[in-house]
Write a protein that binds this ligand. Structure first.
Ligand code: DHB
Ligand code: FE
Length: 292
C-alpha cells in the first residue's frame, strides 16, 4: 500500500522565489534564510518521495472572486508555473499524478469532504516557492522536479475560510485515502504558507515571533490542541495572512500518530526546525517530521 512517510512545513514568500531566480541567495539579507534549508535539500535527496501531496493556497492566480473553492485537488497530468505579474518563474513544469489524485479525490469525498476537482490550473508561488526551497535551483528546460506533485489548494484568502479543526480532520481523511491506494509508494505531504505576516492595513508588517514559535511547538507536540486555535487568534496574533497556517494542520493531521482526532500512535520524529525573520514582510517557519 501507499504510505505517508513524512510531512514538510514551510512558508512560501514570493520574494524568496525572486531572490532565487535573480541569483541573490548569497546576499547578506537572504543568506541566513537559505542556510535554513541546506539540511532540507540534502534530506530531500536522501528521502526522495514518489509523490508530494502539496497543500498550498492560490493567491488569486488560478482562481479569482468568480469562483472560490474551499478545498481543490489537482487531478491534471501537469501544471504550468503561473505568470504573477513578472512572468512565470523560470522553474520546471510541475508533473502531476492523475491516478493517485483521482483515487484520493474519490476516497476523501466518500469520507464526506466535498473537494473541488481541478483538471486545469496554473500554480503560483504558494506551490513553486516551497518546491524551490526543498529541491534547490533547477533549470526550467533540462531539469525536472524530483517527483510528481498533487497540488491541493485551500482558500485562505477570501472569507469564509476553513477552520484549523476542519483542516486537521481533512488531513486524517487524506492519510486514509493514501493508505487505501494499492501501489507500494512513498508519499510526502507538505503544509505551506505562514508564518506571521500581514500585507495590508494599519498593522501591515506585523510579525509575532513568540506566538509563531509557540504555535509551532504545539503543532509538533500537541496537534490536537493546536487544531482548536480559532481563526481570530491567527488574525489577531499572526496577522491577516497568518491564517495561511491552517494549511499546516492538514499535513499534521495526515501523520500516523493521529487517529479519530486523537494522538494515539508513536509521535513523528522532528528532523529539522527553522525560524527566521524577516523575508520580505513575512516570518519564515519550516519543519520536517518523519512518520513514527
Ligand atoms: C508576501 C507573503 C505571502 O505569503 C504572499 O503570498 C505574498 C507576499 C510577502 O511577505 O511579501
Ligand atoms: Fe501567501
Amino acid at each position: 500500500m501507499a504510505r505517508i512517510t513524512a510531512s514538510v512545513y514551510t512558508s512560501h514568500v514570493p520574494a524568496i522565489g525572486a531572490a532565487l531566480d535573480m541569483g541573490k541567495t548569497h546576499e547578506d539579507y537572504w543568506q541566513p534564510l537559505f542556510a535554513g534549508y541546506d539540511f532540507s535539500k540534502q534530506w530531500m535527496k536522501d528521502n526522495k518521495p514518489d509523490v508530494i501531496f502539496l497543500v498550498y493556497n492560490d493567491h488569486a492566480t488560478a482562481f479569482s472572486l468568480d469562483m472560490i473553492p474551499t478545498f481543490a485537488i489537482g487531478t491534471a497530468a501537469q501544471y504550468q508555473p503561473a505568470d504573477e505579474g513578472w512572468g512565470p518563474r523560470p522553474v520546471p513544469v510541475v508533473q502531476g499524478h492523475p491516478v493517485l489524485a483521482a483515487h484520493i479525490a474519490h476516497s476523501v469525498i466518500q469520507q464526506d469532504f466535498d473537494l473541488t476537482i481541478v483538471n486545469n490550473m496554473a500554480v503560483d508561488h504558494g506551490l513553486t516557492v516551497p518546491l524551490s526551497l526543498m529541491c534547490g535551483e533547477l533549470d526550467p528546460v533540462t531539469d525536472a522536479w524530483p517527483c510528481p506533485v498533487i497540488p491541493f489548494a485551500v482558500n485562505v484568502v477570501q472569507y469564509p475560510v476553513p477552520s484549523g479543526a476542519r483542516c486537521f480532520a481533512l488531513g486524517q481523511a487524506i492519510r486514509k485515502a493514501v493508505e487505501s491506494f494499492d501501489d507500494d509508494i512513498n508519499v510526502h505531504i507538505w503544509g505551506t504558507g505562514g508564518m506571521s505576516h500581514q500585507l495590508q492595513g494599519a498593522r501591515a508588517g506585523l510579525i509575532n515571533r513568540e506566538w509563531d514559535n509557540h504555535w509551532l511547538d504545539q503543532l509538533i507536540q500537541d496537534p490536537v490542541a493546536c487544531a482548536q486555535t480559532p481563526h481570530i487568534d491567527y488574525v489577531r496574533e499572526a496577522g491577516s495572512e497568518g491564517i495561511e497556517l491552517v494549511m499546516w494542520l492538514i499535513a499534521r493531521g495526515a501523520m500516523s500518530d493521529i487517529e479519530s482526532g486523537q494522538a494515539t500512535g508513536p509521535a513523528p520524529t522532528l528532523r529539522h526546525r527553522f525560524y527566521h525573520v524577516p523575508a520580505s514582510n513575512t516570518a519564515v517557519g519550516h519543519a520536517i517530521l518523519e512518520a513514527g
